[in-house]
Design a protein around this ligand. Structure first.
Ligand SMILES: Cc1cc2nc3c(=O)[nH]c(=O)nc-3n(C[C@H](O)[C@H](O)[C@H](O)COP(=O)(O)O)c2cc1C
Length: 185
């Protein structure tokens, strides 16, 4: 699939089969992520790949976050939160490092990691996989970052849920660029 076709036909797919993905396929996604542009060659992205019981541990941290934020949440609500991490066989958490040198700009690190996330989404699409980028309160919670081995000053940009799509995705119909573009000539 050529690049423009991938960009224009990609759409987020939330419903995927529970079947595991072979590791080499997951590594193709990570390799695409690592091709993103970044300033000062700091490669600020971090990928944490969650499969199997790794997703269950994340689900536990997400439920703990919900319990801390809303202590009255009933057991069923916490269970539903825990189950969110099981919506796909593979989750790739994408994070960005805080700069370690004065010349490195924090938002640029976040931009680079976001570009890596988009590369992963496009690669997943080109490989016939279904993927969606999700965040929610979990993405900023200290307990969730800790469960992923991240430090509080690293930014968790979200989770890319990936699997084999359950159904053939529709071609997306999105607004074009005109109302978001100014030409200065
Ligand atoms: C940073 C970021 C966070 C997002 N978080 C969520 C989320 O938590 N839940 C969700 O349903 N969609 C979320 N989305 C939106 C979807 O990933 C997706 O882009 C949106 O549903 C539009 O579909 P499309 O990608 O096919 O255009 C997020 C997107 C971005 C870029």
């Amino acid at each position: 699939m050529d690049t423009l076709t991938a960009i224009h036909t990609r759409c987020s797919i939330g419903k995927v089969k529970p079947d595991p993905l072979p590791r080499d396929l997951i590594e193709k996604l990570l390799a695409a992520g690592a091709q993103a542009p970044n300033h000062h060659a700091v490669r600020p992205w971090r990928f944490i790949v969650l499969t199997g019981a790794g997703r269950e541990r994340l689900g536990g941290a997400m439920a703990q976050e919900l319990h801390e934020r809303k202590p009255d949440t009933p057991a069923e609500g916490l269970q539903a939160e825990r189950a969110k991490a099981l919506r796909a066989p593979v989750l790739i958490a994408v994070a960005a490092d805080k700069p370690a040198e004065a010349k490195v700009v924090e938002i640029e690190n976040v931009c680079a990691a976001a570009a890596a996330a988009q590369n992963i989404l496009l690669a997943a699409h080109a490989l016939g996989l279904g993927a969606i980028w999700r965040t929610g309160p979990a993405a900023t919670a200290a307990v969730v970052k800790h469960s992923l081995g991240l430090t509080p000053d690293q930014h968790l940009l979200g989770f890319i849920y990936v699997g084999y799509p359950l159904a053939e995705p529709a071609v997306p119909q999105r607004p074009n660029f005109a109302d978001r573009t100014t030409w200065l000539e």
